[in-house]
Ligand binder design. Structure first.
Ligand code: FES
Length: 118
């Protein structure tokens, strides 16, 4: 397995508590829906799959924060996740965790780290 970086977006597209950016990531030979948001200055990325019933979190594309801007919310039934750990803190899947993805911010750009077969 090799690792590589792939550009997701310009760093300026990710505003603290603002809209997230959706992207696809290859993992285990599959393409997964994913997203990145900015939280406390850093990009945080997860597989876009709720731990309750597997919906994508954003009903309105890119809309991942709840109205307080303190939690990520799944629009389907309102489960809340902490943006830094991805752990569910309210709702039927309390304690479950969104699948985190590795991202880096460098020179004004945000990249995801992918693993692929050589
Ligand atoms: S599927 Fe996300 S809260 Fe139910």
């Amino acid at each position: 397995m090799a690792r590589g970086e792939r550009l997701i977006c310009a760093a300026g597209e990710l505003v603290e508590g603002g809209s997230g950016v959706r992207f696809e990531i290859a993992q285990g030979g599959k393409s997964l829906a994913a997203f990145v948001v900015r939280w406390r200055g850093l990009p945080r990325a997860y597989v876009n799959e709720c731990r309750h019933q597997s919906s994508e979190l954003d009903w309105m594309q890119g809309d991942f924060f709840d109205e307080t801007k303190l939690y990520l919310i799944c629009a389907t039934h309102g489960v809340l996740y902490t943006p830094d750990s991805g752990i569910c803190v309210a709702g039927p899947c309390r304690g479950a965790r969104l699948a985190p993805l590795e991202v880096v911010e460098r020179e004004g750009k945000v990249f995801c780290i992918e693993e692929f077969e050589e």
